[in-house]
Design a protein around this ligand. Sequence first.
Ligand code: UDX
Length: 471
Amino acid sequence: MKIQRKQSVVLVPLPCQGHLTPMLQLGSILHSQGFSVIIAHPEFNTPKYSNHPEFVFHSMDDVLKGINISSPSLENIYDLNENCKVPLRNYLVKKMKEEGDQLACIVYDNVMIFVDDVATQLRLPSIVLHTSSAAYLHSMITIYQQPEKYFPFEDSQLLDPLPELHPLRFKDVPIPTVNNTVAEPVLDFFKAINNIGSSVATIWNTMQDMENPILLRLQEHYKVPFYAIGPFHKMAPMASSTSILQEDDSCIKWLDRQVPNSVLYVSIGSQMRINDKELTETAWGLAKSDQPFLWVIRPGSVSGFQCAEALPDGFEKMVGERGRIVKWAPQKQVLSHPAVAGFFTHCGWNSTLESILEEVPLICRPFLADQPVTARYLSHMYKVGFELEVIERTVIEKTVRKLMLSDEGKDLKKRVVDMKQKIVVGMQIDGASHKNLNDLVDFISALPSRLPPPTPVVGAFDTSSKCIRES
Ligand code: UDX
């Protein structure tokens, strides 16, 4: 039976699909543990309230009205951080009056840095949510602690190993570079989003069984409890869609007509864009592979074009019913469909977890940030994906055929099945994610309703408990 707790938690997501989804899933997990959940979100990319009747929503005026893009730029993110400060503060002050001790804490996406300032002013305990892998954060920290060791680098070094960051290479550097070096403001931004300020814990959409050594190292660095309670989409009871874009369900009927284990699913997530040359190379690579495919071409994802009108002449005629193109798919349903055999992906963290949990091996075509790190781990540590080194039609054709038809492809499949099974064990009672969730619930329940003033009470709040168990 579900325990009804008196406490509520306020969650503040970054309003991009890849961040909003795990925050809503975390909301669902906490709600299932008896907490009341309030989602305080910017107006930009407002979640669909009707899909989540279990939450209370509060919209913050972000002053971004009128921008017509699917995901915010770095400048927009700075604006969001600035503009939401007062609305959040006012809302929390009101809530604290109404709820008193019942308001347990605020959980925020690590990119919404301003929340720490607001929480500190109000002495409300705050917890950071990391929506990506621990390997990504670890690589960023390692690099920005000693940037001179990594930048600038030469083109000739792109395939050389990154010092102290096996299996990454210079081409996998997770911080945006121009001419193989990094600008000071960019470095500052990454430092800021990884500074947890006075937050009392961190929550991770990852699994100890997969990333334990790195999580331990990070916990050593941050000195607060870490709660790895992933994969959120399987830990959360919520089945309703978290999509900002309208999902085209018709592709499921198309999948129903395909042979089991025969279709390649292709998507670059909610933010990445390609140019028309890459679209053309991908189109011919898929066409010539002779394999059925379902391809998401999101509006705005091909620079200079609305949608699929940039596809090369003759392509649709050549593939006919063998290929299906949609603007946005119900991805989790697609990946769990028996017809799907592989995923050609940008390696966003949500897509990665969704694919592994449905035992679908991957073709990795990363773009930036966490994606090259994840791609490298998938292809060279976990060995559940093939890395696409060159975006060229014959390479794409060969890689697709290798994934779908070769013995090497079958080996990937076996490993991804094993990997999924280990993750599922972690979700069961006595499994790491399950235990970490119980610990997190106890931790939140025991939080003091107001933190002591910042000085001089060092140690007044005990952050020493080891939540990531040594194994
Ligand atoms: C971004 C970053 O790009 C990613 O690297 C980071 O880890 C999170 O933020 P995004 O690019 O959108 O996210 O990728 P991803 O993390 O994979 O999230 C995409 C989400 O959209 C997934 O949950 C996926 O199921 C969903 N999706 C994608 C759909 O529902 N339909 C689609 O057609 C495509």
